[in-house]
Write a protein that binds this ligand. Sequence first.
Ligand SMILES: Nc1nc2c(c(=O)[nH]1)N[C@H]1C(S)=C(S)[C@@H](COP(=O)(O)O)O[C@H]1N2
Ligand SMILES: [Mo]
Length: 519
Amino acid sequence: MNSPAAAEQGIPTPPRGAAALAGVLALVAALGSGHLVAAFIGINASPYLAVANAAIDLTPAWLKDFAVDAFGTYDKLVLLLGMALVLLGLAVLAGLLSRRGPLPGTVLIVVFGVLGGLAVYGRPDLGSGALAAPAASLLAGVLTFRWLLDRARAGGFELGEHTAPDRRRFLIGAGGVAAGAGVAGLAGQLIGSGTDAEGSRQAVGDLAAARPAPPIPAGADFSGQGTPTFRTANQDFYRIDTAVIVPQLRAADWTLRIHGMVERELTFDYADIRSRPLVERTITLCCVSNQVGGPYISTSNFLGVDLGDLLREAGIRPGAQQLFSTSEDGWTCGTPLAAALERDRGALLAIGMNGEPLPVEHGFPARMVIPGLYGYVSATKWVREIEITTWDARRAYWLDRGWARRAPVKTQSRIDAPGAGADLPAGRVVVTGIAWAQTLGIARVEVRLDENEWQRAELATEVNVDTWRMWRAVLDVPPGEHRVSCRATDRSGYVQTGQRAGVVPDGATGWHTVALTAR
Ligand SMILES: Nc1nc2c(c(=O)[nH]1)N[C@H]1C(S)=C(S)[C@@H](COP(=O)(O)O)O[C@H]1N2
Ligand SMILES: [Mo]
């Protein structure tokens, strides 16, 4: 189909389908070549990933909160798929707008190339040489687009008797581009994931604890009645981070530098850390984005060296306030220095988790773990750098996005059984759950049915004050619709508030309440 004006000038217009296909294939060629070039620089230079990372970095607290809530650990997959749909739509548009000439589509591609370039340029973990990847994308996108449009237009393949050969020529060109882009993208993926972090992790072998954690006593959970097991299996441990592609680090390539307001700058490698006497601690980690009753809390045996000892070796200079840590992928974290130094606190530079080297997605080769502080102010994964500084000198990642600087874990509790909306026989109902008040310990948990009196729950055996504590209660439930709530009291005497607060800026509060029907 030709527009009247073009037909008058004798300039053939490509059909809509061919123009749209040219747009889509230009996009595929752009992403494929960018990915291939990025493989040699750092996979985060791949424009698509860089834009996704930038989108995450620009996400304000309320939106992150929503995304984590709605999609959990799949939030990044949803983002990547959403971006793919938007890009596909725009690629089709670029093609359709360019049937009379390649300029509109070319402008659109250049605009996107520049956006990709800005996203790469903004990465804290890449140099400006990384711009080669979006540049390759831009070039491949524009050239492919114009070449395919030309082919679609050549001789006007819906005009006259040359239809069939011209269409064949276009389709061969299109097929060639698709294949080339596919090969480039795949090669990029293979080369880029060539740093074999998992292989390196497998090769670490046994990490022996000089001081193992005491065994978990038999009565520490009610997992037979609905609570989680006391320790969370590594593959079930909740995961929260900003990384679209988890940093792939080999133990041999890892070092940790401690610098800033210290007497002597120190750098440790993996062998330095693992050859020190390793201590194992059972610790419950939780996320500030955990809603009341939410799943972002887990417990593990973390193995590592005392973080305070490393800091004392470096020698802290007077006036220092903040431990500012940076990960391999440029994420930053601000921790009160006092918490890292407190001897009773048990802050760790951890390299092991539940008897294995840290899983890659939980920070291999090394991460920080500090009991009593939400993960975003204490638990840097893939940690590479610790700067001792003041609060004024450095601002951590989440601080600029609406979250609090001070973020001790709040005393909280959760009902695990019965599940929300349960339908069960009236009478004796066993209610179980967890409660936590890291650094203090749980003194009491109470449950109540509807607006009745609070009733004391039985507490499971305590493991230590830095872990969750399981509880169990038996309620007498008459037939009908009911609501069950729980609340914890910690060893300071503080009774968990019923006042509802959202997760921003420093953690949710309120009593977890589940509805149930008894018959
Ligand atoms: N490098 C890096 N470390 C990070 C984060 C991150 O985004 N990047 N997120 C933090 C947050 S918000 C939490 S709650 C914990 C979660 O640790 P996990 O994924 O091992 O459960 O990691 C912390 N460490
Ligand atoms: Mo978190």
